[in-house]
Write a protein that binds this ligand. Sequence first.
Ligand code: UDP
Length: 335
Amino acid sequence: MRVLVVGGAGYIGAHICKALSERGDTPVVLDNLSRGHRHAVKWGPLIEADVRDVDAVENVLTRYQIDAVMHFAANIEVGEGERDPLTFWDNNVGGVIALLQAMKRAGVKPLVFSSTCAVYGEPDTLPISESEPRTPVNVYGRTKHVVELMLEDVSRLGELHYAALRYFNAAGASPDGEIGEEHDPETHLVPNALKAAAGLGGPMHLFGDDYATPDGSCIRDFIHVMDLALAHLKALDRLMSGAPSFACNLGTGSGISVKEILNAVERVTGMAVPHTISPRRPGDAEQLISDTRLARELLEFQPHLSTADTIISHAWAFHAPRWRHGDADTLPGPA
Ligand code: UDP
């Protein structure tokens, strides 16, 4: 298959390109490189263009005879969305409108869309099933929710055939160390904890230790990025087999607290994680844990790599040599 991966130079998109290529599919990446990295595109052509450029996207769809599309080109940092909502609406919603217009013109119907557990907001029940009310509490979640509504409308007319995958917390790196998480600035927990352990950038901020959880810190459901990639392949195959459009959570069903992640980083790296307790971060839900039944049923999906220690050791194997090689003269060796 030839798959257009919009945002394939970014963290999750690049891991999916690798997984597609490893099983013999061809990923064609379209990315404006505003956040992604040219060096992360290794498994097929890179078309440097913005997804909001309908003509450019239509051109790629026809020129490469694309069979299906995957979309990852979104602004994802919750705090940034609160500070600059218009940019989020423009890119996250406007980008998908343009993509759907180009797909319609080119006659390409299958779409795997990267959605998020942020569409549920503060859930009433845990674990969170797909039937939980979708009442997002931040701009990021609202833009993804609105796109899901748009996909429902467009697919009803038979113009689109989609899977919306609601990720919980993607983390880790490819087990061979080839690619990993490289956000700039980095806001995510696992890379920030590793950075602090490596002595880079000072102590990490632990946002809130007064939540109503056993240790007071937030609880998240961490899914290894290669498990996530595998689930995307299964979702794509389900669409291509003619199954109806669907939305599905992707998580592990197990919650891990922020403090437990810091303990796991200390265990894996052999180094302490210097941190300070900071106020709660606006927009953070207390606990997000996925109900995994639908993913098991529809996709026969079971995560294999998604333990805290495996996620952290793969992330550490990716980052440590780069940090040692770069600005990290202070980086001590693992104990
Ligand atoms: N977190 C933290 N310090 C950081 C980054 C994250 O305490 O430097 C916490 C954050 O408040 C949340 C959890 O770690 O409770 C996961 O945050 P992340 O940004 O990794 O993912 P999100 O849940 O926002 O998608």
